[in-house]
Design a protein around this ligand. Structure first.
Ligand code: SF4
Length: 366
């Protein structure tokens, strides 16, 4: 089996700074015109030079999005089953060293929480647990999936790294999509921000999306937490990772998310500030590189900004999200993972989509 780690290793000695310094206008224009972009074209579109051509790149990104996705925009909501965590990620409010209100939903509460999301009109749900194998074992996650499957046709999981066999258990229980963030593809930075816990194993996490594909997940979403390290490089590797997965597992629907750091409990400062224009560059460059790839943007981003990203490539958005455990049925019973920015209701997001000529999609199974 091919591993993405080997693809990543090939870039060990590549000097990104020199590459960006030498990128000229002609390189950018040539990359925009190509029908099928290679890795270097993609990196060219992520270069500082390409910022001068954002308008042209965005126009092509818009055309490709319409061509491959029409006007459909999928809506989903996260459901936090627990916020216990065994990891010490310096940038996250759920970090095991943080003294926060911890909670894990019992099965009755899972049912209530799912019902509250169902009542909002959402049918595509993403289950999160924090990352504690001891507190949220695979059997618990599988039980929750089975409970939620009674109402929801499409269930995603965003949990700690599992083996192929364990992912299979969740697929058998009814999960059909998988989400995992590598956070950063820079191994040194990765080491410096993941101080303890199983997540500190860079390679085991890196290959988790492959294992999810092998286990039969229908859809796989990956991403890096932009701002932890150099975003151009991190997003470049996110794109290569997505491309790798798509080539190895053609029947799986691969998508990416470009989350950037948001305020949370703790005092970690991002290494780099990722601006709105950078997110636009990331999304449009990715759309040209992977015309059929999904792009998901969460409520971490503001309503106005998210609306502006819709025409240029975004295919999935969350709505009326709570990042608290039990936050839909009841408010303030635990600490939220991060502050959300777009606070509109599902109804408001739905109205906005219709007004702009899009078709809100509530579940994506066929
Ligand atoms: S980022 Fe995930 S694994 Fe890390 S502390 Fe937060 S919840 Fe735990």
């Amino acid at each position: 089996l091919r591993q993405f780690y080997d693809v990543l290793a090939k870039w060990d000695n590549f000097d990104f700074d020199v590459f960006f310094k030498n990128t000229n206008d002609n390189d950018v224009l040539k990359a925009i015109e190509k029908d099928k972009l290679n890795e270097i074209d993609f990196l060219t579109l992520l270069s500082p030079k390409a910022q001068n051509y954002i308008e042209q790149i965005a126009q092509k990104a818009h055309r490709l999005t319409l061509q491959h996705f029409g006007n459909a925009k999928l809506l989903y909501a996260p459901l936090y089953l627990a916020n216990y965590c065994a990891n010490e990620c310096v940038y996250c409010g759920f970090n095991c060293k943080n003294k926060i209100k911890r909670k894990k939903l019992n099965y009755d509460e899972v049912r209530k929480e799912a019902q509250a999301i169902y009542d909002l009109g959402i049918r595509n749900i993403l289950l999160l647990t924090g990352e504690s194998r001891a507190k949220s074992p695979v059997s618990y996650i599988a039980d929750c999936v089975k409970i939620i499957k009674e109402k929801f046709p499409s269930i995603g999981i965003e949990v700690y790294e599992l083996s192929v066999e364990e992912y299979k258990q969740l697929v058998e229980a009814g999960a059909d999509s998988f989400c995992m963030y590598q956070e950063t593809y820079d191994q040194n930075v990765y080491k410096s921000v993941h101080l303890s816990g199983p997540k500190a194993d860079f390679k085991y996490r890196l290959e988790a999306p492959c294992r999810a594909c092998q286990a039969g997940m229908r859809s796989v979403n990956i991403g890096a937490l932009l701002g932890l390290s150099k975003w151009r490089k991190d997003f470049f590797f996110t794109g290569l990772h997505a491309d790798f997965l798509q080539n190895e597992y053609p029947s799986v629907e691969i998508s990416v998310s470009p989350p950037r750091m948001r305020p949370h409990i703790g005092d970690y400062e991002p290494a780099e500030i990722v601006e709105d224009k950078d997110i636009v560059q990331i999304i449009t460059a990715y759309r040209l590189f992977m015309p059929r790839g999904g792009i998901s943007v969460s409520t971490r981003e503001s309503s106005e900004f998210r609306d502006n990203l819709l025409p240029i490539g975004v295919t999935k958005i969350s709505a009326e999200s709570s990042t608290e455990v039990g936050g839909y049925a009841e408010k303030n019973i635990s600490t939220a993972q991060f502050d959300i920015s777009d606070e509109r209701t599902v109804k408001e997001v739905q109205n906005m989509l219709i007004e702009k000529g899009y078709q809100p999609v509530y579940h994506d199974w066929f």
